[in-house]
Write a protein that binds this ligand. Structure first.
Ligand code: SF4
Ligand code: SF4
Ligand code: FES
Length: 275
């Protein structure tokens, strides 16, 4: 290989990350290597329903609602049912999101979820879109809105706290802090409540206090705009991870951005005057 070819190839490999090409419901789509079938479907504008997936978190594959059939040219029509949020996009893959088997599997998932959460609007609506108005299983005598998607516990792990987890089994399975007591590690960031697709984690927040998981937090008020924007525990947690003093987080993000913009403007004026 000549030096020129080598240089050209190296440049090509840095400039263009490897891609894979596949079809989804007949549409050709090219995605970066490492993307999932779900990512590819979203890129192609093909809707696949999901309940436990969030772009900010690693795929978990818990709800099984995102199942699709996959096949290849050489498979003689044989198809494999896979979980699209966990299955890697591959060159030549043929994805089918609307086969009878896919529809039936999603129906079973939603039927079971409707039995657990018969009064939850999100599940009622999804089930109805899949042709289920009433569960064919015995409905939970103590309805809950928790669909056990695991997003709350995973986001809490992701921020490095792990204050909550799933406890108990069967229909009694639920998300809770250890021993159902106010979790000592919780920093009151509300990430779990905000990510919950059924909004079933209650909390209260005001200018002075925040309460979640029955733990009460004092708020930090921005010295510039006066807004209560973070709990003291959050400030300490972020400071510990970022290696900066907790007081760095006293000022809210909006005021920090304003400060930065004003510093840049002053600098530009000074530089303009010096020219
Ligand atoms: S509010 Fe508490 S439990 Fe919820 S994500 Fe934040 S630290 Fe975890
Ligand atoms: S509380 Fe919400 S986020 Fe957590 S598992 Fe239940 S439904 Fe999912
Ligand atoms: S979204 Fe894929 S398993 Fe839940």
């Amino acid at each position: 290989m000549s030096t020129r070819q080598l240089t050209a190839n190296s440049r090509q490999s840095t400039a263009h990350p490897k891609t894979v090409t596949m079809t989804i419901d007949g549409k050709a789509v090219r995605v970066s290597e490492g993307a999932s079938v779900l990512d590819a479907a979203r890129q192609a504008g093909v809707h696949i329903p999901t309940l436990c997936h969030h772009e900010a978190l690693e795929a978990w594959g818990g709800c099984r609602l995102c199942v699709v059939d996959v096949t290849r040219q050489g498979w003689d029509g044989w198809c494999k049912l896979v979980v699209s949020c966990m299955y890697a996009a591959e060159d030549g893959l043929i994805v089918l999101t609307d086969t009878d088997r896919v529809k039936l599997t999603r129906k079973v998932v939603l039927d079971l979820l409707l039995a657990r959460c018969p009064e939850t609007p999100l599940i009622q609506e999804l089930a109805s879109r899949h042709g289920i108005d009433r569960t064919s299983y015995q409905a939970n005598p103590e309805p809950t809105d928790c669909i056990l998607c695991g997003l709350c516990t995973r986001v809490c792990d992701h921020i490095g706290v792990s204050a909550i987890s799933t406890v108990d089994r069967g229909i009694g399975k639920q998300v809770a802090p250890p021993f159902h007591q106010a979790p000592p590690d919780c920093i009151g960031c509300l990430a779990c409540a905000e990510i919950c697709p059924t909004s079933c984690i209650p909390y209260e927040t005001s200018d002075t206090r925040r309460v979640i998981w029955e733990k009460s937090f004092e708020m930090v008020r921005c010295p510039q705009c006066g807004r209560a924007h973070i709990t003291q525990e959050q400030a300490r947690h972020y400071a510990g991870r970022g290696g900066v003093p907790a007081s760095y987080f006293d000022t809210c993000d909006a005021c920090k951005r304003r400060q930065l913009a004003s510093t840049f403007t002053k600098l530009q004026v000074v530089q303009g005057g010096a020219r």
